[in-house]
Design a binder for this molecule. Structure first.
Ligand SMILES: [Zn+2]
Length: 548
């Protein structure tokens, strides 16, 4: 039996190892290691890595010196560890022992397997180009605080005085949807191959593809036990499709886009600057979460961003500019500038989790993307992480606050519009006019400015997807009696904002479906609004749009 001991507590404290990520794991590993008094590294097994020790046949004295170990090391490097078992003792001993080789016999003990795995850092980190000692991360289940984490720490401290890892990540175990351990008898085992490729009955066990399984892995907080089953996978598949839809929207609306069409940041409408502010914040938060291995936060951020910020707001509002604005109009080009920025960032930040989807997007990129170093990446993983856009983040705090107010106000407006729809005043929101009043003069002024925005992107009726928005200075009883649907928005940032909805003024433009008093005033196009008249006048035939 070969034991080593006595040096653990002092060496362990002396190594000053601190886990960068997980202080509870650090405490457990240090406590378990320091309470250990010795380590029996030999095992009496017929398999395993042999301990290169010889015993004197009469005195039983062990023989294991630097010289004998060096000799055996060279043999093992050449012939493998089995050489210990099949070579005669004489050959395993250095030259100077050959005359007395018959006095020795080989030891038959093998190394504790924890010693093998616990010394893997020496074989891996220091022998492979591109790796360095200590490792960034050791990753294992919670049962390994006493196992691999500890044995690695011991061998490394003993020989280098340092821990072999900067941090450790410990994870829980995979359980079924009810939190039960998976077993064949319960029939609740989830086979990753079936999740990816599908089972015999594809109705019950559809093939979701590797990305859906990867998305699930990213979505769970692995520091505890994690649950998986048919329902969880269906939810993941829905989320996957939602993200795919987001990327399809971006790709399809950039079909006629070229990077040289991009507008300068300073020239963008406020809504587009706000969209880039949000994008840059999300990209930076995702980067932080990758660096801290908190993948479930990335999943949550991407999900919220795709559904709330993009699908429910920016894309929803952008459709008017993209589909109805002139193909080469300022508002459409501005919107495409923002969409291209989103595509190029989102594809990069999702690539580590959803590599197949990201590559699919990249292979269908409708324009050529040239990196700062002049290279054109053929594959998504040739891209670098998006560079920090300081100007996008530099939006004034007041402006950010105001946009938060506008978004909350938009939710209230949508509620009043819904009531008007239920009451059959309107069908679509474009049949409505919204009227706003704020008791606070500053808020009222800002709202009035947005109503009269001339760039056709920041105008409040575009943001509410209604045909008109007006502000009023006061609310008389007589006026209130003319407004059938009302609501109120309050927040800590602003005084109360009153919301009213009536039917929109004018007639419906047959091209954009907005209502306008100007419909009917153009002799050559009596069914168009002023905006559409301008667009059609510039590009009378759809084929002309193909020029750009
Ligand atoms: Zn129109």
């Amino acid at each position: 039996m070969v034991c080593i001991g006595g040096w653990f507590p002092t060496s362990c404290y002396g190594c000053n190892w601190k886990s960068e990520l997980d202080s509870s794991a650090e405490n457990r590993i240090i406590a378990m290691t320091c309470s250990r008094s010795d380590w029996c590294i030999s095992r009496q097994r017929t398999w395993g890595v042999p301990i290169p020790v010889f015993y004197h046949v009469h005195t039983k004295e062990p023989l294991m010196t630097e010289e004998t170990i060096e000799h055996i090391r060279n043999i093992v490097a050449d012939k493998g560890t089995d050489a210990w078992w099949y070579l005669p003792t004489e050959e395993l001993l250095p030259q100077k022992y050959h005359d007395v080789a018959s006095d020795y016999q080989k030891g038959t003990d093998t190394m504790d397997v924890w010693f093998d795995s616990g010394s893997s850092w020496a074989a891996v980190l220091t022998k492979n180009e591109g790796l360095s000692f200590p490792a960034d991360i050791y990753l294992e289940g919670t049962d390994q605080h006493r196992g691999w984490f500890q044995s690695s720490l011991l061998t490394s401290i003993a020989t280098t005085g340092k821990a072999p890892y900067s941090s450790v990540i410990t994870h829980g175990f995979v359980l079924d949807e009810k939190g039960l351990k998976m077993s064949k008898s319960l029939g609740n085992v989830v086979d990753p191959d079936i999740v990816i490729n599908g089972g015999k009955n594809t109705k019950d066990e559809p093939g979701y593809g590797a990305d859906v399984l990867r998305l699930w892995v990213s979505s769970v907080d692995y520091s505890g036990d994690v649950l998986i089953g048919p329902q969880v996978l269906r939810q993941m598949s829905d989320m996957y499709r939602k993200l795919r839809g987001t990327l399809r929207f971006l790709l399809s609306n950039l079909h006629d886009w070229k990077p040289e069409y991009a507008l300068l940041y300073k020239d963008l409408p406020k809504i587009d600057k706000y969209a880039l502010f949000q994008l840059e914040n999300v990209v930076n938060s995702i980067k932080d979460s990758y660096e801290n291995y908190q993948f479930y936060k990335i999943f949550q951020m991407i999900q919220r961003f795709a559904v709330v910020d993009l699908s429910n707001f920016y894309f929803d509002v952008a459709k008017d500019r993209l589909y109805v604005g002139g193909t080469v109009s300022f508002t459409r080009r501005s919107c495409q500038t923002v969409l291209a920025a989103h595509l190029l960032s989102i594809v990069r930040v999702i690539a580590p989790i959803l590599p197949h989807m990201a590559e699919d997007v990249w292979q269908n990129l409708p324009f050529e993307y040239v990196m700062e170093d002049g290279l054109v990446p053929k594959f998504v993983f040739e891209l670098k992480w998006p560079s920090l856009k300081g100007d996008w983040l530099a939006m004034e705090a007041d402006d950010v606050d105001f946009w938060n107010t506008i978004l909350e106000l938009r939710s209230e407006v949508n509620k009043v519009l819904e009531n008007a729809r239920i009451g059959k005043l309107i069908g679509s929101s474009l049949e409505a006019k919204v009227i706003l009043h704020a008791a606070d003069g500053a808020t009222l002024t800002k709202l009035r400015e947005m109503c009269s925005a001339t760039n056709d992107a920041d105008a409040l009726h575009r943001i509410f997807i209604t045909s008109q928005v007006e502000t009023v200075n006061s609310l008389s009883d007589e006026f209130l009696s003319t407004v059938p649907y009302t609501g109120k928005y309050t927040s800590q940032r602003t005084s109360e904002v009153w919301v009213g909805v009536t039917h929109a003024d004018g007639a419906k433009c047959e091209r954009c479906w907005n209502y306008s008093p100007q419909v009917g005033s153009f002799v050559d196009h009596p069914t168009l609004c002023a905006r559409c008249y301008g667009v059609v006048d510039v590009q009378p035939l759809p084929a002309a749009a193909g020029v750009c």
